[in-house]
Design a protein around this ligand. Structure first.
Ligand code: CA
Length: 389
């Protein structure tokens, strides 16, 4: 079997409303879907992390840099292909866009492998430790409005996400440390004492501001404090983790096993969030998972993007072994973005219907059972939203 083509489809549409996080506002939704063709007619699907114009750069890397390296390879030899591509790109990027591009290609090769074997991805990995995944909803994005409007809106949105059936909610912060604590208080008041919520800073704080916010979060009983400081600031992570009584989480901006080794060996994180569409794909995600478990660090995947990414993550979350083991296990969660996303809700021939599953099953979503990642995009939808580049 041979790889005959590697394509990147960059999809985009205008959001009904502008959304923001601590770094920027944005008004377009973008996804980068990877399609690998073979001489036996089996097609594999993957996805690269990277919004906006980053997706366009990744398309160029996938089609103009990686494709010529892998044409003619056996798609089942995905680890051989991974190392060939990584080693040839090492001098030009051990992190960032080259790894995001390689991720989409690797995921598509796993999809092909599953289709050839007639097995869903979680079976290829070793089986499902759980057949349905508890799901949390994130929303509460920043907008160009004043602080008191944010607080009122966050209160409403937190209650709305909870009432949709999600097991927990996650909010953004980034208006400044003082205001951010006030926003978090509003969310705790809204969801009540016995419901989990998480706070995502997207690395906007200095260490001292992160301590200020983190002490507020301790009092509010927040489940985790995500990306409090810059991903490069490992000392900051260590100080926060040692000094705060709230789970410190992060890792979505870290790449490959060598980047993750630093985070884990230095014990920067209470909870690790590897992003499979960025770390180097499923091959590298599995190595990072093993490394995390070698350090007894629990993993809750970072999830972003289209239904392809959601399906791949459901497969991986099913295959995460229990650590450390016990009758009443700590379980990983599926991250689910509750803001407008056509590429998640409408891309597939047979939609995952996450929101409906969450509503009807007390916050749980089933793991796809079809071969490979277990989903197929609708060609017409893909063509309609693809940018002409
Ligand atoms: Ca995040």
């Amino acid at each position: 079997m041979k790889i005959t083509s590697v394509k990147s489809h960059v999809l985009q549409y205008n959001l009904p409303e502008e959304l923001g996080y601590s770094q920027q506002f944005y008004n377009r939704r973008t996804a980068n879907i990877i399609e690998i063709g073979t001489d036996e007619g089996i097609t594999g699907w993957g996805e690269c992390f990277g919004p906006g114009n980053v997706a366009i750069a990744n398309k160029t890397i996938v089609e103009r840099v990686i494709q010529p390296m892998v044409l003619g390879d056996d798609p089942l030899d995905r680890d051989v292909t991974w190392h060939k591509v990584y080693n040839l790109l090492r001098d030009h990027g051990q992190k960032g866009m080259p790894l995001q591009a390689l991720s989409g290609v690797d995921i598509a090769l796993w999809d092909i492998t599953g289709k050839v074997a007639g097995l869903p991805l979680h079976k290829l990995i070793g089986g499902a430790h759980r057949t349905r995944i508890k799901t949390y909803g994130y929303g509460m994005m920043l907008k160009q409005e004043n602080v008191s409007d944010h607080a009122a809106r966050f209160r409403d949105e937190a209650a709305a996400i909870r009432d949709m059936g999600f097991c927990a909610v996650k909010m953004k912060v980034g208006l400044g440390a003082k205001f951010d604590v006030e926003l978090c208080k509003a969310v705790r008041e809204s969801v009540g004492e016995n419901y989990d919520f998480m706070v995502d800073a997207n690395h906007c704080y200095t260490t001292s501001d992160a301590f200020y916010v983190g002490r507020g979060l301790e009092e509010l009983g927040v489940y985790w404090f995500e990306e409090p400081v810059a991903p490069e600031d490992l000392d900051g992570y260590c100080e926060l983790r040692a000094g705060l009584n709230v789970n410190i989480s992060g890792g979505e901006a870290e790449f490959n096993r060598w980047g993750w080794r630093q985070l884990l060996e230095r014990r920067c994180l209470d909870i690790a969030h590897p992003e499979v569409c960025a770390v180097g794909g499923i091959s590298e995600y599995l190595r990072i998972l093993a490394l995390a478990h070698a350090h007894f660090t629990p993993v809750i995947n970072h999830v972003w993007g289209s239904a392809i990414a959601v399906a791949a993550n459901l497969q991986l979350l099913a295959a995460i072994p229990p650590i450390p083991g016990g009758m009443y296990q700590w379980e990983p969660l599926l991250e689910f973005d509750t803001t407008d996303n056509r590429f998640r809700d409408e891309l597939l021939e047979t939609p995952l219907n996450i929101q409906e599953q969450v509503r009807s099953s007390g916050g749980y979503v089933n793991v796809p059972a079809e071969p490979g990642i277990g989903v197929e995009p609708d060609r017409e939808f893909l063509n309609f939203h693809e940018l002409d580049l």
